[in-house]
Design a protein around this ligand. Structure first.
Ligand SMILES: [Cu+2]
Length: 149
């Protein structure tokens, strides 16, 4: 009887720190120009956040390569332009560009890669967009990162 009464109390006082599961997400893209998700929630209670990205298609990266790149929303166009200029040898990403918060390598069909970034660099005052920097893809391949408590 006593245990029965205490159990709800114990559950109520469980710590509210985000579970490790909340600090990573799986994202994929196939042989079309689309991610499988339009938005990703990043809890600010996570010190680090990991994106596990998979190219589930079959086409090679030279024809239908994809990456997952995170910047402030206002920096997307500049990074896409610089990435196009950098070319496929640089995974369509400018080198040492501080606008890039996180980025996976460019993947071809069947490949996968993960990227981890610190959430301390993200501010609720800004908006953030993830996209693919392969030329011509970012208009379709983009989504919103929502910072959540
Ligand atoms: Cu792409």
């Amino acid at each position: 009887m006593r245990l029965y009464l205490l159990l709800p109390l114990a559950i109520a006082f469980l710590p509210t720190v985000a579970a490790a599961d909340d600090c990573e997400v799986s994202v994929s893209a196939g042989d079309g120009m689309a991610f499988n998700t339009r938005s990703i929630d990043v809890p600010l209670s996570c010190e680090q956040f990991t994106v596990n990205f998979e190219h589930t298609g079959r086409l090679p990266k030279g024809g239908m390569g994809h990456n997952w790149v995170l910047t402030q929303s206002s920096d997307v166009n500049a990074v896409v332009q610089a990435g196009t200029a950098a070319g496929i040898a640089n995974d369509f990403l400018p080198e040492d560009d501080s606008k890039i918060i996180a980025a996976t390598p460019l993947l071809g069909g069947g490949e996968s890669a993960s990227v981890t970034f610190e959430t301390s660099g993200l501010s609720a005052d800004n908006s953030y967009t993830y996209f693919c920097s392969f030329p011509g893809h970012s208009a379709m391949m983009r989504g919103t990162v929502n910072l959540v408590e």
